[in-house]
Design a protein around this ligand. Structure first.
Ligand code: KG4
Ligand code: ZN
Length: 331
């Protein structure tokens, strides 16, 4: 039996969780930072400061909820990248402190793989190989996933991430941050065909959302604020549809061209109701399997960190105490 305490601080959530044997979630605490709301996006320095303020109490709460003491924990895991360097540093250094003070090993975890692991904390789990679409505020990546050690990247975003596109469009519409849930809510009863915003064609599996952003900017300028106010639900639904269609177009092409009949979603944007529905429709039309995590494990959380840490430990053992954080690239 292995009890792992997982820590997530890669962006604007401070999260700690205890998971047994990579499967059984004993506690799952997430604190989302609201200091960024007025800026319409994450301010890195504010994020680090908030993590420093709350990481201790969030970890204590996770242990308390699990009915455990730190002495009961077998290993501590932290995300060390990709993400915001200052924020990652808080989580990793805190984890190292716990490891040294309690003579327990450290396991560092890749943020993207942790997101994917949300699909392995459920009763029905995907088997490799599958096409994986990881969509969040920082990443938009399409993988030919052959195994945990062989995630071949097929495409990535050439500019903004899908979550960033939601956030920036929401800001232009005056909807606040985070933009994804705000646009989803504003879209209720909206007509997704009201206005056709562009779906970028990159000629590859890569994504691009900067054209959409510019087009929303011009649309608001040309039609005026009164129109935005009157037709907010239709405009929001049309933006949501443009993002959804582009994401699923690449995923479907990859499934067809590689002959892989299984799609796995992960990351904050996969919490989106329309994307979930459209991915399920597309897969059922093709007689393919689709795996979408529960909403609470789509956005940043530490249960996926503690869970994936166990799988990583099984393959690679523990991490060195010399390990550092990194902002980009998949390691
Ligand atoms: O995975 P995540 O929590 O953090 C990163 O790794 O970036 O993803 C956060 C992103 C934000 O851009 C947020 O707007 C988006 O996920 N998001 C959504 C929804 N919930 C969160 N986007 C669309 N619809 C949602 N319901
Ligand atoms: Zn994330």
């Amino acid at each position: 039996m292995t009890l792992i305490l997982g820590i997530e601080t890669s962006c604007d959530e401070t999260a700690c969780s205890v998971v047994r044997d990579g499967k059984e979630i004993l506690s799952d605490i997430v604190r989302s930072q609201s200091v960024h709301n007025e800026f319409g996006g994450v301010v890195p320095d504010l994020s680090s400061r908030e993590h420093v303020k709350f990481i201790d109490s969030i970890c204590m709460e996770a242990l308390h909820d699990a009915g455990l003491h730190i002495k009961d924990i077998d290993a501590v895991a932290a995300v060390n990248g990709p993400g915001l360097v200052g924020s990652l540093m808080i989580g990793l250094m805190f984890a190292k402190g716990i490891a040294i003070a309690n003579s327990i090993p450290l396991i560092t975890v890749n943020h993207v793989k942790a997101h994917l692991y949300a699909n392995f904390l459920t009763d029905e789990q995907p088997e490799f190989p599958f096409i994986a679409l990881v969509v969040s505020g920082g990443h938009t990546s399409l993988f030919n996933a052959q195994s945990w050690d062989n995630l071949e990247i097929l495409g990535t975003t050439l500019d903004d991430a899908a979550g960033e596109a939601f956030d920036k469009c929401a800001k232009m519409l005056g909807l606040g941050y985070p933009g994804g849930p705000a646009i989803q809510k504003a879209s209720e009863n909206g007509d997704a065909c009201y206005h056709r915003f562009p779906r970028a064609r990159t000629g590859s599996y890569d994504f691009s959302f900067s054209g959409l952003k510019t087009s929303v900017l011009y649309y608001i300028r040309d039609t005026g604020q009164e129109n935005v106010k009157m037709n907010l639900n239709h405009i929001s639904a049309s933006i949501q549809e443009a993002i959804t269609e582009q994401l699923l177009n690449r995923a479907e092409n990859a499934m067809d061209e590689l002959g892989i009949n299984k799609l796995v979603l992960a990351g904050g944007v996969s919490a989106n109701k329309r994307l979930r529905e459209a991915a399920s429709d597309m897969c059922s039309r093709k007689n393919a399997a689709v795996f979408i995590p529960p909403v609470k494990h789509c956005t940043d959380n530490a249960a996926v960190v503690a869970g994936y840490a166990f799988r990583k430990y099984e393959r690679e053992g523990f991490s060195s105490m010399d390990v550092n954080v990194y902002s980009r690239s998949s390691k």
